[in-house]
Ligand binder design. Structure first.
Ligand code: SF4
Length: 440
């Protein structure tokens, strides 16, 4: 993947996303009551201060806290998004209201270990793991059980499975409206006889759900990156055989997909948490393939290539824009917090790794000491130990952020632990209180 310059990327994020309608919708979004164990007074006050001083969300620069020997640059936007707060509030409300019922989640509520662990502790059971392996057999469920659909949504096949067991799949459905927006976009493209190309991770719950809904309307294919888009170009130009298409894209195309006829008109949607720049690169590339192959004039492009903006959600846009602003700063390293299987978080890690040493951790427990950090390596997909991660210098500058599924309490824990490694650092509450103009 070719990363864009921060300013280029920010332009893509701004241009693609915020229509007046979406801006209005976001401003009117309701607030949710989430359990106090996920909240943080410290982080909540910082967010409130930034929100009040930037109601139109124009400023993506980080909040800077100078404790003397350590300076923390906290990303402008991070943490629980609309869809996650909605899902978390619903799950805990259902738990409180139904003490005598068995409660299941189709899979992880969100991709965050702290939230999932707490739900499991309270007796909730997951029916599938994140890759779709069955943890609870369908036959074990009865119509008396409660089944919660997570924020990612679910497939039509699973909805039918639940219905066949007498369980209403819409009764406790926390599918994020921004995911449903993608399904609606795919439907509207499909109804105009375009094949839908989904830019997403084929094994991610959300992409599987989008694929399922889209393929019920129109031929659908999932592409995970620009390399796959480049491979697809051979089939659009009819330069490679049908057999090799089925081999190359195994598991990623819809039933009865015909590469000869189903790649003559396409439209692109994406998983809501992909990198905006990568989706743009894929859409631009595929559009050009059509223009060149069919010798299209500007006014004819839409006959072959549906005009779609990306379908990233507002939280992905805000978090990626804020990360690009962080990358304009000079820091010694970045700490990104979140679940290792969280798509939106791993994209933030990928962006940060291009510029600074980056440590991807789940909580403050990964900060083993001033000298050692246990972190996830996005490339090898393994946790590893790094020594001397904090450089020896008079002032250390650390950037801190997290994805849309990470509780504020986790960020506060990391924030405080980092400062605690510097005995001469100013007091956290006093300094932050001064910056945000409040006593904490
Ligand atoms: S990341 Fe976006 S699409 Fe996913 S739950 Fe949050 S708001 Fe919804």
């Amino acid at each position: 993947m070719e990363l864009k310059e921060p300013d280029q990327a920010k332009a893509i994020l701004t241009n693609n996303f915020k229509t007046k309608f979406e801006k209005r919708k976001i401003r009117k979004m309701k607030s949710f009551e989430i359990p106090s164990l996920f909240k943080s007074n410290l982080i909540g006050k910082i967010k409130e201060y930034r929100r009040l001083n930037d109601k139109l969300k124009r400023d993506f620069s980080p909040s800077v806290f100078d404790f003397g020997p350590i300076e923390i640059l906290l990303s402008r936007h991070f943490g629980f998004c609309y869809g996650v707060e909605n899902a978390v509030e619903t799950a805990y409300r259902i738990l409180n209201e139904n003490p005598d019922k068995r409660i299941f989640l189709l899979s992880e509520m969100i991709h965050n270990p702290a939230v999932n662990f707490d739900l499991l502790e309270r007796g909730v059971r997951f029916i599938q793991d994140t890759t779709g392996n069955q943890l609870v057999n369908w036959e074990e469920l009865s119509s008396q059980d409660i089944v919660i659909v997570p924020a990612f949504g679910t497939t039509l096949e699973i909805q039918h499975q639940l219905q066949s067991l007498g369980i209403n799949p819409y009764a406790y459905d926390t599918t994020c409206p921004f995911v449903e927006k993608v399904w609606n976009r795919a439907t509207s493209i499909g109804q105009k006889d375009y094949t839908v190309i989904v830019h997403g991770k084929p094994s991610h719950e959300e992409t599987k759900a989008t694929f399922s809904h889209s393929q019920s309307i129109t031929p659908t294919l999932v592409l995970k990156d620009i390399r796959e888009a480049q491979s697809l170009a051979y089939y659009i130009r009819k330069e490679k055989s049908v057999e090799s298409f089925f081999k190359e894209f195994e598991g990623q195309y819809s039933k009865d997909f015909n590469p000869t006829t189903d790649l003559e008109r396409i439209g692109v949607v994406n998983q809501t948490t992909m990198l905006a720049t990568e989706t743009q690169e894929i859409a631009d590339y595929l559009k050009q393939v059509f223009v060149d192959f069919y010798q299209l004039e500007k006014e004819d492009i839409q006959s072959r290539f549906a005009d779609t903006r990306d379908t990233l959600c507002y939280a992905t846009n805000d978090n990626q824009s804020s990360t690009y602003s962080l990358l304009n700063e000079e820091v010694d390293f970045v700490v990104v917090a979140g679940g290792y299987n969280s798509s939106n978080t791993t994209h933030l890690v990928d962006l940060c790794m291009e510029r600074f040493p980056t440590y991807f951790i789940t909580s403050s427990e990964n900060l083993l000491s001033f000298q050692q950090i246990k972190h996830f390596d996005n490339k090898s997909k393994e946790e590893k130990l790094t020594s001397n991660f904090i450089p020896q210098k008079d002032k250390v500058r650390i950037a801190l952020t997290c994805g849309a599924s990470c509780p504020d309490a986790v960020i506060e824990g990391i924030f405080r632990k980092l400062v605690s490694y510097f005995p001469t650092a100013k007091d956290v509450d006093t300094l932050v209180g001064k910056v945000v103009g409040l006593e904490l």
